[in-house]
Design a protein around this ligand. Structure first.
Ligand code: BG6
Length: 473
C-alpha cells in the first residue's frame, strides 16, 4: 500500500463529513499502513496546529478508541494552504512529498482538475507508481468529460487514475453483484425472456439547500443518474464478467452503457418526467421549495432501454428525487407471468408477479415475492396468494462508510470499484441524448410537493413497491 495521502479540498464538506471520519475509522481499526502520512491541502489559511484544531472541532473528539484514533490522525496530518490554479505554487509547496509513492485525492471543483494535475506532475507527485483519485462531477456533458480525461492522460495513464463513484464503495451495492452472479436460480432467469421490468429508485428526503448553484447547473439527471444510477444499472445488466479483476468488470459495464438507447425527442414525454419540488412537509417538518430561477429538475424519472440480446424489450425505470416522502434506495426486478396459469383464484390477470426486491439503504433487506396456497383456506387449495420470502438479516451488519473501502482500494491500487474513462464517456453520451431530447421537445419540469413521491405524471414510473399500483406496462 502507498503510505502518503494528499487530500485536496481538505476544508471542504466532503472531507469533513466523510473523508476524515473514514481515515479516523481506518486508523482505529489498524487498516492503514503503519507509516501513513496525510497531507491536507486547502484554500483557507491555517498552520498545521490551526488546521488540527479546526479538524478536531469538525470531527468531535469522541471517546476511547475513537478519541485515540483522532489524536493519531491529527498527529499524522500536515496542512498546506495552496492556490490550486497556480501549478508552480503546488510544485513548490508539495514537491517535498514526492519522496514516497503517493495517492493524491482531488475533492475539488472540476475546473481546477487541469491546473492541479499539471502542478502535481511538475512536483513529481504523479510519477509512477503514484496515483490520482478524483471526485465527481466528472464533467457536465460528454465534451467536458472528454476534456478532463485528455488533461489527465497528459499527466498519467489510466491504470493510475481512480474516479470515485461512492455508490460502488457501498457494501449493499457490491451485494447486488454477489446475488445475481452467485445464484443459479437468478442466473437462469436473468434476461428478457423471464424478466418483465427493472426498477431502480434512489429517493432522498434532503433538499438542495447550500448547493443551489451547483445543482442549478446539474439537476437530478446529471447529479444522480449519470453516475450512481447508471452504475447500479450496469451492475444489474452487464454480462457476467469472466473474472473479477478491474478491467474485466469495467469492460462489461461499459458494454451495457454503450447499449443504452439514445432518447429521441418524440419519446421525451413518454419515457421521462422532470419534477421540481415546492414547499411541503418532509418527515414532519415544513420545508421551503427549491427557489432557483432556472428550469432545473430536482426529480427525474426515465425509462431506459438496453438494446442488446439479453435485455431487448425490458424497461429499466430509473427514478430519483430530492425531498421525497421517505429515503430509500431500492432495486425491484419484476418477473414475467408463468407460461400458463392453471388457477381460478386469483385469475391470471390478478396474480401478483414474482418480484425480487433489494433494498440497499437506509436498511438492507432482500425479499422474493412468490405465489402459493399456504395462506389460503385448506378446503380451497388452489387459491393462490402472494407470499414473501424475507431474507433480511436479523442483526443488521454495521456498515462502513463507502469511502473507507474506496480509500483502502486506492492506497492498494485496486481499480475494480472505480470508474474508467470510457464508462464515464458512454454514460455521458446517453445523458446528453436525454438533455438534447428534452430541449428539442421543450420538456419542462412539473411541480411536486416536498414530502410526496414526485409529480403526478411520474406515478407509472414508480416501483410497484412504492406506488402499489400493481400491474402495469
Ligand atoms: C451525491 C449527490 O453524489 O450523492 C448528492 O451529489 C446526493 O446530491 C448523494 O445527495 C447521495 O448519496 P447517498 O450515499 O446519501 O445515497
Amino acid at each position: 500500500m502507498h503510505d502518503t495521502l494528499l487530500l485536496f479540498g481538505a476544508t471542504g464538506d466532503l472531507a469533513r463529513r466523510y473523508l476524515f471520519p473514514s481515515l479516523r475509522h481506518l486508523l482505529r481499526d489498524r487498516l492503514l499502513p503503519a507509516d501513513i502520512r496525510v497531507v491536507a491541502v486547502g484554500r483557507t489559511r491555517h498552520d498545521d496546529d490551526g488546521f488540527r484544531e479546526w479538524l478536531r472541532e469538525a470531527l468531535g473528539t469522541g471517546e476511547g478508541s475513537d478519541a485515540r484514533a483522532l489524536d493519531d490522525l491529527l498527529q499524522r496530518t500536515r496542512y498546506h494552504a495552496v492556490d490550486l490554479s497556480d501549478g508552480q505554487a503546488i510544485a513548490r509547496e508539495l514537491g517535498q512529498y514526492a519522496d514516497r509513492p503517493s495517492v493524491s485525492y482531488l475533492s475539488i471543483p472540476p475546473h481546477l482538475f487541469a491546473d492541479t494535475s499539471r502542478g502535481l506532475y511538475a512536483a513529481g507527485l504523479l510519477a509512477p507508481p503514484s496515483r490520482l483519485v478524483l471526485e465527481k462531477p466528472m464533467g457536465h456533458d460528454l465534451e467536458s468529460a472528454r476534456e478532463i480525461n485528455a488533461v489527465l492522460r497528459e499527466a498519467l495513464d489510466e491504470s493510475r487514475i481512480f474516479r470515485i463513484d461512492h455508490y460502488l464503495g457501498k457494501a449493499p451495492v457490491q451485494n447486488l453483484m454477489a446475488l445475481r452472479l452467485g445464484n443459479t436460480l437468478l442466473e437462469a432467469v436473468w434476461q428478457h425472456q423471464w424478466i418483465e421490468s427493472v426498477d431502480i429508485i434512489v429517493a432522498e428526503t434532503g433538499g438542495v439547500e447550500g448547493r443551489e448553484d451547483y445543482y442549478a447547473r446539474y439537476g437530478a439527471l446529471r447529479d444522480m443518474v449519470q453516475n450512481h444510477m447508471l452504475q447500479l444499472l450496469a451492475l444489474i445488466a452487464m454480462e457476467p464478467p469472466a473474472a473479477l479483476d478491474a478491467d474485466t468488470v469495467r469492460d462489461e459495464k461499459r458494454k451495457v452503457l454503450r447499449a443504452l438507447r439514445p432518447m429521441p425527442p418524440e419519446q421525451a414525454a413518454l419515457d421521462s418526467v422532470r419534477g421540481r419540488y415546492g414547499e411541503g412537509v418532509v418527515e414532519g417538518r415544513a420545508v421551503p421549495g427549491f427557489g432557483h430561477a432556472g428550469d432545473v429538475e430536482t426529480f427525474v424519472a426515465v425509462r431506459a432501454w438496453i438494446d442488446n440480446w439479453r435485455w431487448s424489450g425490458v424497461p429499466f425505470r430509473l427514478v430519483t428525487g430530492k425531498r421525497m416522502a421517505s429515503r430509500m434506495t431500492e432495486v425491484v426486478v419484476t418477473f414475467r407471468p408463468v407460461s400458463h396459469w392453471l388457477f381460478e383464484r386469483p385469475s391470471a390477470t390478478r396474480a401478483t408477479p414474482n418480484r425480487l426486491r433489494v433494498r440497499l439503504q437506509p436498511e438492507e433487506t432482500i425479499e422474493l415475492g412468490l405465489m402459493g396456497s399456504l395462506a389460503a383456506p385448506e378446503w380451497s387449495a388452489t387459491e393462490l396468494r402472494p407470499m414473501s420470502l424475507d431474507l433480511s438479516l436479523s442483526t443488521a451488519p454495521a456498515r462502513r462508510i463507502a469511502y473507507e473501502r474506496l480509500l483502502i482500494d486506492a492506497l492498494k491500487g485496486d481499480q475494480t470499484l472505480f470508474v474508467r474513462d470510457d464508462e464515464i464517456e458512454a454514460a455521458w453520451q446517453w445523458i446528453d441524448s436525454i438533455c438534447e431530447s428534452w430541449a428539442r421537445a421543450g420538456l419542462g419540469t412539473r411541480p411536486y410537493a416536498a414530502g410526496s413521491w414526485g409529480p403526478d405524471d411520474a406515478a407509472p414510473f414508480l416501483p410497484p413497491t412504492v406506488s402499489n399500483h400493481g400491474e402495469r406496462d
